[in-house]
Design a protein around this ligand. Structure first.
Ligand code: SF4
Length: 501
């Protein structure tokens, strides 16, 4: 299934109709939210939790503020550790660099740790097409998604939307697993299947959770052990990281990782934490002979130069914002058409894929702020989304935005003028009310033509009251004034009577 953000609306319509999937995802999100809140409780009460989050945001701010220097420091120390550092300006160059390494080391088989940046640059597809190399995702959820040919449904639960029957069928169809609906049997089969791949792979490819500038180390977190295998068994290890993944030192890295795992799976820390300081030394038994890190820009430095858009690089990929988002929970990941679903995708995708292509993403946001309230990286989702909308309207060329059409601009221009002029506003309202109410049946309007038709795809509209709030308010005031005047007149008359007597 080829998914693209341009197809957001049609895919969303299909996904929203899958009520069983939707209910399941809402239920899972509830469980994860509970686990994450409980895990955050380890910092203390709400104030202490907020402080922990603020400290995370501060670390991200410092890292971004010093990004060029930190990247250079990381490169120097990584090279000192024996890691070869490569730089890629875009997805194409990153893929070509990895292809060069595949050829140089005569690689036939690759195992991978789950890596969003590899999804972002489309590495699997590229390498399979260009080199014929066989790639096995090592994370079970990611492996299932890879066989199915879709994108991950959630950043940490790539296949959470699939039923056990669907998973069993996919694995039966693609790797001849004997059909079973018993989860432990599936996991047991996959463990044996993947272990053999890990042992025989020539190259391991992973992402990076944090790169530590002061030591040139890479840190990766996981729960399944696949990353430990991928980074230690094959002859060559290639780590892919986007430029913003660097931080100053271990203290910063571990504070962010504590926030990451607590907001991701609700764990204080994951089952495995790998700290990689270069390829195998002469006196060591495990580890790759050669180790590379590919640092990928892919549009980020353009955003980095803008003081507001730079904020989008704060994300540490915990995925917590997704399970807060009322839109994501109803439509799931596929409509976003890319590897970063939900609010995370809303802020990252427009900067990398362009404002036009991703328009529906940042427009399908209610600005409820649920995402922003939990983000451990201090991401200002709301400000960014409002900015993207503005950039789209004004046609910001740096990020692939074309100005909205003359027709659309004219409509909003007219609306803005009408809203600023009470006389125009009131007469417009009267005309609209008459027009809408003429189409109502039994107190409800169920369809309107033109640009309003979209509203009625899945909702109706109660007939508009005959008078607006302002008209009724004015009438009430007048009635009150008349009553007060007549009461005053009666009192005056009564007073005059008593004086006469
Ligand atoms: S935007 Fe914030 S909450 Fe969302 S994935 Fe990134 S760090 Fe986590």
């Amino acid at each position: 299934m080829k998914l693209r953000p341009e197809d957001f609306q049609s895919v969303a319509r299909e996904e929203v109709a899958k009520t069983a999937q939707r209910d399941f995802v809402v239920m899972v999100a509830g469980v994860f939210n509970y686990l994450c809140d409980t895990a955050m409780g380890a910092y203390g009460d709400k104030v202490a939790q907020e402080e922990a989050r603020s400290m995370g945001a501060q670390i991200r701010e410092n890292s971004l503020h010093h990004l060029p220097e930190l990247l250079e420091e990381f490169e120097r120390n990584a090279i000192r550790n024996g890691i070869q550092v490569l730089w890629a300006t875009d997805a194409e160059e990153a893929c070509q660099l990895v292809k060069g390494l595949v050829e140089k080391h005569q690689v036939k088989t690759i195992t991978k740790g789950k890596s969003m940046i590899s999804e972002e640059i489309g590495l699997n597809h590229f390498l399979e097409e260009e080199t014929g190399v066989k790639i096995y995702e090592g994370d079970l959820g990611e492996f299932i998604v890879q066989q199915r040919g879709t994108i991950p449904f959630h950043i940490v639960g790539p296949a959470i939307n699939l039923t056990i029957q669907e998973i069993a069928s996919i694995l039966q169809q693609h790797i001849d697993m004997p059909y079973t609906e018993i989860a432990t049997e599936i996991v047991g089969y996959m463990r044996t299947f993947l272990r053999e791949k890990f042992e025989k792979a020539d190259m391991g490819i992973t992402g990076v959770n944090q790169a530590v500038a002061s030591t040139g180390s890479l840190i990766l977190v996981e729960n399944e052990g696949n990353i430990r295998w991928t980074t230690s068994a094959p002859r060559v290890h290639v780590a892919l990281m986007s430029i913003e993944k660097v931080c100053a030192n271990y203290a910063d890295a571990f504070h962010l990782l504590g926030l990451l795992t607590r907001n991701c799976t609700g764990q204080a820390i994951t089952s495995y934490v790998s700290i990689l300081n270069g390829p195998r030394r002469d006196d060591e038994e495990d580890g790759p002979e050669a180790m590379y890190v590919v640092i990928i820009d892919n549009g980020r430095s353009v955003a980095y130069q803008d003081p507001h858009l730079k904020e989008a690089l704060r994300c540490i990929r915990c995925g917590r914002c997704g399970i807060q988002c009322p839109i994501y929970l109803r439509i799931g990941a596929y409509p976003y058409g890319w590897c970063y679903p939900g609010p995370m995708g809303n802020v990252i995708a427009p900067l990398i894929m362009g404002l036009d292509r991703t328009r529906d993403l940042y427009e399908a946001c209610t600005l409820c702020g649920g995402c922003q309230s939990v983000c451990p990286g201090g991401m200002p989702h709301l400000e960014l989304i409002a900015r993207y909308r503005h950039m789209k309207v004004t046609g910001d060329k740096r990020f692939g935005g074309t100005r909205v059409s003359i027709k659309e601009r004219a409509v909003f221009e007219l609306l803005a003028r009408g809203m600023q002029n009470p006389a125009l506003y009131n007469s417009g309202l009267k005309v609209a009310r008459r027009y809408i109410n003429r189409r109502s049946q039994e107190g409800y309007v169920t369809s309107l033509p033109g640009p309003m038709s979209g509203w009625f795809v899945c909702r109706d509209f109660p007939q508009l009251p005959e008078k607006s709030f302002r008209e009724r308010w004015r009438e009430d005031l007048q009635r009150e004034a008349t009553q007060m005047a007549s009461t005053a007149a009666v009192k005056q008359e009564a007073a005059a009577h008593s004086e006469e007597e």
